[in-house]
Design a protein around this ligand. Structure first.
Ligand SMILES: Nc1ncnc2c1ncn2[C@@H]1O[C@H](COP(=O)(O)OP(=O)(O)OP(=O)(O)O)[C@@H](O)[C@H]1O
Ligand SMILES: Cc1cn([C@H]2C[C@H](O)[C@@H](COP(=O)(O)O)O2)c(=O)[nH]c1=O
Length: 764
């Protein structure tokens, strides 16, 4: 046994090349982690901390296909928290949320302590919850109109000051009636605060930052702060006796309420100092020409006539009715499964576990799926889990199904919430949020109220089938109904919100889960992207031209292009990098120039042509950078991969045709054509490394490559390429040439004289 510890294993990227950090002779290449890729976009947002480090940490992991992967959640959240105003708002909101949970614990404890007897305590408890939910139904829509008409910052500050005063008044007045009244007023005021805040957040962040910001807010509000509040409440409880000795008349519940009051005071001060919350108001925009009730009507009409909002409202409301049924029947259900009070606790823990997992993991699992589709699918998923739950026969199965249901519900909640922020215009956002919050509360009240009656009415039955006896109990039937409801509203939401894309749902979901960007582009009716790669003089330009001629003859719109130099700007870059006079160009500068050429190429040529459904054939693409700058110049592969991905936004060829040739042969061919340029003048070793790398890339993804021996004749190569390309294009809806631009096939064959061997026909 040796004392030496083994080398840590490194993940091998899908392209088969060495990962980042691979030692290089010249030590070139600093990992790109921390590169401020989006700073230019973010910098114009209010409250972006210009002195902070990079806004987005572009830690792009490798996925199974070597394609682009979303920035990790932690990095996204860090980037969101670097937006100064959002960070302050989030801190103050977390503080208020902590206070709110502490307040809820203290209020429920106060309510039960102010009455005698079990029934009265339950009545008091129910009263507190009812008074918490009730105001939303009446006041919610008004609060939304308020958020859209008046300065949101002032609305929030006044709300926080009032809540401070009301919470502080509860221990001072010390009466159950006042507790109810204060509770009602606090909730009513919160209804004004919430839409103002929700409508303000999208103005602080970029659109793509809203999802991680919502993930952070939801995890804070429903995960961290309630736990912290429970701990603090328990600690206050344990010091309660000593506290009363210290400050006469103040016990632990009073202290919790005072603490809660202070959190709102602090929040008021913080928000007052965040002018960006005022939104349009800060820029002096006034809402004129419409009465308060007119804008209220406009809010309802907008929700009724906008399919996206209709879908969101139906989906969220239905999902919360189902959630209410689960809460109302949970106790009876776990009892029926033989569980007790602790099993009931476990059931609730499982809901939260599932919700947390859905909120945290959902966006990355379903990264490529449109949020409109994801929302409906997730609600249907939650409904399906609920249907299975209704039939569960063992507690552990029920708990697993509850986690699954929570997972889907978390995804749906986050997707719905994020779309409300990203898709709804600022002018009407407050009203839309308010409508949703009112409906959510109304849904909970209705289902919490009705479900127990349903359970009681149905009662407990057993149906004897031939071999088994099926228990038909009220709680199971109610869960079944809730599941059916969720599936139905999920489908309705899906139909309302689907943006009419022609991609079939199953293929959309499967390619999104597999992260197959190329298949997704094809499904969406985009064009086909073919790249030719290989060393100097391999015959790429010759074959690019011949392939285009053939495709044109077949009636397709086929565009040829090249790197570097596919655009006017790229032409200038090509001049610089290939000029033998640019002798002092550093490897990194060279890599960046090729990446700059590629970014412009993507923007001006590749994307537009692919979006138009054309077949695009490029003479060189990313593999050339990996081979020449990565292996040739020995820049770490991950660095080259990162800048290339950034430049191409993850675009990959559908097919790469590698013309493989010993460098000596290719260089001889190229030199027969013109004087050697700066790269052609590199050593034979350099070109050997380039060749090996092209081959390694092809070996790592054989399905995406056609490797041909470039010593074969041009005709043989053209025929092999046609065969493979015709397979690739078979059945795809590509852009056709107008009839008058087509050339009769018989004439064409004669003219070009290239159709040797068995030429496949795309349109026989
Ligand atoms: N299969 C082939 N066999 C022999 N010669 C070929 C073949 N294909 C092309 N050639 C010749 O080799 C030379 C280089 O061809 P071509 O310009 O197509 O290659 P390339 O890969 O685009 O080169 P570069 O990368 O240097 O631009 C040309 O003179 C061309 O006529
Ligand atoms: C795209 C790309 C190209 N190169 C090199 C490869 C060649 O030497 C020249 C391009 O000229 P050609 O006419 O296509 O042969 O540039 C590179 O080093 N890195 C790249 O990304």
């Amino acid at each position: 046994m040796t004392g030496a510890s083994p080398e840590p294993r490194r993940a091998v990227p899908a392209d088969g090349l060495p990962p980042a950090g691979t030692p290089t002779p010249d030590g070139a290449g600093v990992p790109l982690v921390g590169l401020d890729l989006d700073a230019t976009v973010a910098a114009d947002r209010p409250g972006v901390d210009q002195t902070a480090p990079a806004e987005d940490e572009a830690e792009q992991d490798d996925d199974a296909h070597g394609g682009p992967v979303a920035v990790g959640l932690a990095a996204k959240v860090r980037a969101v928290l670097r937006v100064r105003d959002f960070r302050k708002l989030w801190l103050s909101m977390s503080l208020s949320s902590f206070g709110d949970w502490l307040g809820l614990l203290a209020i429920t404890a106060t309510a039960t302590s102010l009455v005698d007897g079990f029934a009265a305590a339950n009545f008091a408890l129910g009263g507190v919850l009812l008074f918490r939910l009730l105001p939303a139904i009446v006041l919610g829509p008004l609060a939304g109109a308020f958020a859209d008409r008046f300065d949101r910052r002032k609305t929030m500050v006044v709300s926080d000051l009032l809540r401070f005063a009301l919470f502080a008044s509860i221990p001072i007045v010390d009466q159950l009636v006042w507790l109810f009244v204060a509770q009602f007023l606090i909730e009513a005021i919160s209804l004004f605060w919430i839409p103002a805040k929700e409508a303000a957040v999208p103005n602080m962040l970029r659109k793509d930052q809203l999802e991680p910001a919502n993930q952070l807010s939801l995890v804070t509000t429903y995960g961290l702060t309630p736990m912290l509040a429970a701990v603090v409440f328990a600690v206050l409880g344990s010091v309660g006796g000593r506290l009363s000795d210290l400050i006469p008349g103040v016990d632990e519940i009073d202290l919790a309420l005072y603490l809660n009051a202070v959190t709102f005071l602090v929040a008021a001060v913080v928000i007052w100092n965040l002018p960006s919350i005022s939104g349009r108001r800060a820029a002096g925009v006034q809402v004129t020409g419409e009465s308060f009730f007119g804008s209220l009507r406009e809010g309802f009409s907008f929700a009724g006539h906008t399919p996206l909002v209709r879908g969101l409202v139906v989906g969220i409301t239905g999902a919360f009715i189902a959630a209410g049924v689960v809460i109302a029947t949970g106790q009876a259900f776990v009892n029926a499964l033989g569980g007790g009070q602790s099993a009931y606790g476990l059931l609730f823990g499982s809901v939260f576990l599932g919700l947390g997992l859905g909120i945290a993991l959902g966006p990355s699992v379903a990264r490529d799926l449109s949020r409109e589709r994801l929302f409906g699918i997730a609600i249907v998923g939650a409904g399906a889990a609920l249907l299975l739950l209704a039939c569960a026969v063992a507690l552990w199965i029920a708990l697993l199904l509850v986690v699954l249901m929570g997972f889907f519900a978390g995804i749906a909640y986050l997707a719905g919430f994020t779309m409300l922020g990203t898709e709804i215009d600022d002018a009407i956002r407050g009203r839309t949020f308010a409508l949703v919050q009112s409906l959510v509360r109304a849904a909970l009240i209705v289902s919490l109220g009705i479900a127990p009656f349903g359970v009681a009415l149905i009662g407990q039955h057993r149906i004897d089938l031939a071999a088994v006896t099926v228990p038909v109990t009220g709680e199971r039937v109610m869960l079944l109904v809730a599941g059916l409801l969720a599936v139905t509203v999920g489908l309705v939401a899906y139909r309302q919100m689907d943006d009419g894309r022609p991609v079939p749902l199953v293929a959309d979901v499967l390619t999104a889960l597999r992260r197959d960007d190329t298949a997704r582009r094809r499904l969406a009716g985009g064009g086909v992207f073919i790249a030719f790669e290989g060393g100097e003089g391999a015959g790429k330009s010759t074959q690019v031209r011949r392939l285009q001629e053939w495709l044109t003859e077949e009636g397709l719109v086929a565009r040829t292009t090249r790197e570097p130099g596919g655009t006017p700007l790229g032409g200038k870059i090509r001049g610089m990098v290939l000029d033998t006079a640019s002798a002092g160009l550093s490897p990194r500068a060279e890599a960046l120039l090729y990446a700059a050429d590629r970014a412009q190429h993507l923007h001006d040529v590749l994307r537009p042509a692919l979006d138009a459904g054309e077949v695009v054939i490029t003479d060189r693409f990313v593999d050339s950078s990996l081979a020449y700058q990565g292996a040739g110049r020995t820049i770490p592969m991950d660095d080259v991969r990162s800048i290339s991905r950034w430049a191409t936004q993850g675009l990959q060829p559908d097919l790469t045709i590698l013309l493989d040739l010993p460098p000596e042969v290719g260089l001889a061919r190229a030199r027969g054509r013109a004087a050697a340029d700066r790269l052609e003048s590199e050593s034979i070793d350099f070109h050997q490394r380039v060749r090996r790398t092209f081959n390694a890339l092809a070996e790592a993804q054989p399905d995406r490559y056609l490797v041909l021996d470039a010593r074969r004749t041009p005709d043989e190569l053209a025929a092999a390429i046609r065969t493979r390309v015709s397979e690739l294009l078979h059945g795809l809806p590509l852009q056709q040439l107008p009839p008058d631009a087509r050339v009769p096939r018989t004439r064409r064959h004669g003219e070009h004289g290239v159709q040797t061997g068995s030429t496949p026909q795309l349109h026989p």
